[in-house]
Design a protein around this ligand. Structure first.
Ligand SMILES: [Fe+2]
Ligand SMILES: [Fe+2]
Length: 305
């Protein structure tokens, strides 16, 4: 004969529910203790109390992080170290005429475009010319460049160490101004549709990093090797006013290269009469996957070689 149904009162039902919940909770805890973390599980971070992405006791300080500007190009021209107003007019004209004929879609003005002789710390002849002359000559040449290449060529202007001098001047000498006046604003680059790239990590185009050169310290005889030793990735730069190339292959067979691009300034400046500078520029053609063909051009006797 079956047992008669047991009737429970409300208090008894509550006790049973609690017991079931407790037993489920105990099982889950036991499972968690026996489950080992997966070795390839992603590291989960929680926001720290002061806005970082990793939890911990540190608070944020001054933010010095820098990232490159990332652009795309199929046919890229790079010119650097014009040092206007002491640019070599013939070399400049030879370089941009070659690049225009090559059909570039993007031009990088890769630093030291303006000499800023007026702001040097190395001592200068104040009777020569002043800052206004340098700025107005630079503006004139930038207008000429934009007119020469037309609206369809994108132009970027990477800050070089000589453009740095402008920042130093504005911060230290012209502090009485109400507002910091950037070089980009002073040269009215926006009107010319020229994008100024602040001092930092340069421009990444496909698999090639473009920097002015002062960002990676160290000079010496073979700067192309020196820069690659530090960058460990495809890199090109000016700053040293010489044309060089260095390539390396790692143990996996991956090859990387470094290219120093010649300058477009006069080679007998007051501060370095026997300079040994090499005149040059670069034309780089990219595949869709970012791989590239680098043409490190020299200008000899006004002819591109
Ligand atoms: Fe330079
Ligand atoms: Fe430089």
């Amino acid at each position: 004969m079956p047992n008669p149904p047991v009737r429970l009162n409300a208090e008894e039902m509550r006790l049973i529910r609690e017991h079931r919940l407790q037993s489920v909770s105990d099982k889950l805890k036991a499972k968690a203790q026996t489950t080992k973390p997966k070795p390839d599980a992603p590291v989960v971070t929680t926001a720290g109390p002061f806005g970082g992405s990793v939890s911990g006791p540190f608070q944020a300080g001054y933010d010095e992080r820098a990232e490159p500007v990332v652009i795309r190009s199929q046919s890229l021209g790079i010119i650097n170290d014009l040092h206007v107003p002491v640019h070599d007019v013939n070399a400049c004209n030879a370089a941009v005429t070659y690049l225009k004929k090559a059909g570039i879609d993007t031009l990088i003005l890769n630093g030291d475009v303006v000499d800023m002789y007026s702001l040097t710390r190395h001592g200068r002849d104040a009777r020569k010319y002043g800052l206004q002359y340098e700025l107005s000559t630079a503006r004139r040449e930038l207008e000429n460049l934009r007119r020469f290449f037309g609206d369809r060529v994108k132009i970027y202007y990477v800050e070089g160490n000589h453009e740095n001098w402008w920042k130093r001047y504005m911060r230290n000498v012209a502090r009485e101004l109400d507002e910091y006046q950037s070089l980009a604003d002073t040269l009215k680059l926006r009107d010319l549709d020229i994008t100024y790239v602040d001092d930092g990590m340069g421009i990444q185009v496909g698999k090639l990093r473009v920097i002015h050169g002062h960002e990676i310290s160290g000079s010496g005889v073979y700067v192309a090797k020196r820069k690659l030793d530090k960058a460990k990735t495809n890199i090109t730069f000016g700053h040293h006013h010489t044309s060089q190339e260095w390539t390396q292959t790692d143990i996996h067979g991956k090859q990387v290269g470094s290219w120093a691009i010649g300058c477009l300034c006069q080679r007998t400046p007051e501060w370095n009469r026997f300079s040994g500078y090499t005149l040059g520029f670069a034309h780089v053609m990219f595949n869709n996957d970012g791989a590239f063909e680098f043409h490190n051009k020299r200008i000899i006797d006004g002819v591109v070689r």
